[in-house]
Design a protein around this ligand. Structure first.
Ligand code: SF4
Length: 132
């Protein structure tokens, strides 16, 4: 079984790759869906959830770790695209990008997270990572 911050299932050459997950973790259902999906993907060993706030705060150690990852995955809740803007603003390249509202989930401020919506976000991320 893959370690919590590595992916050994699809990587060429069988080497372990560091895949960092950056959810926007915003104050809405779709923002919190990104957060919960990142937690579950981390628990499954698909990648490792990492601190977007450290990147936004321009903390050198966080930025260097992100730049050194094999893959950076940004997951935004809505078109404001805060995770993408934060990473791009710090010069961190994004290898995989997702937006929850583009998956057909409407943004609300209820914080009502449906298990099927969390599963959809996780599935989209896993599909993208296994197809590369
Ligand atoms: S991308 Fe949307 S949901 Fe996420 S933090 Fe920004 S405004 Fe909030």
């Amino acid at each position: 079984m893959a370690g919590i911050n590595t992916c050994t299932c699809t990587c060429e050459g069988g080497g372990e790759k560091v895949i960092l997950l950056f959810p926007c973790s915003g104050a809405s259902n779709v923002g919190q869906l990104t957060n919960q999906a990142a937690i579950e993907l981390t628990r499954e060993g698909v990648g490792k959830m990492y601190c977007l706030a450290g990147i936004g705060g321009r903390l050198e150690g966080f930025i260097n770790t992100a730049k050194g990852a094999d893959a950076v995955v940004a997951i935004d809740g809505c078109p404001a695209a805060c995770a993408r803007a934060t990473l791009e603003g710090a010069g961190v390249p994004i290898h995989h990008y997702f937006m929850v509202t583009e998956m057909g989930i409407k943004k609300t401020h209820t914080f009502d997270l449906k298990p099927e919506d969390i599963a959809l976000v996780c599935r989209r991320v896993k599909e993208a990572l296994t197809s590369t």
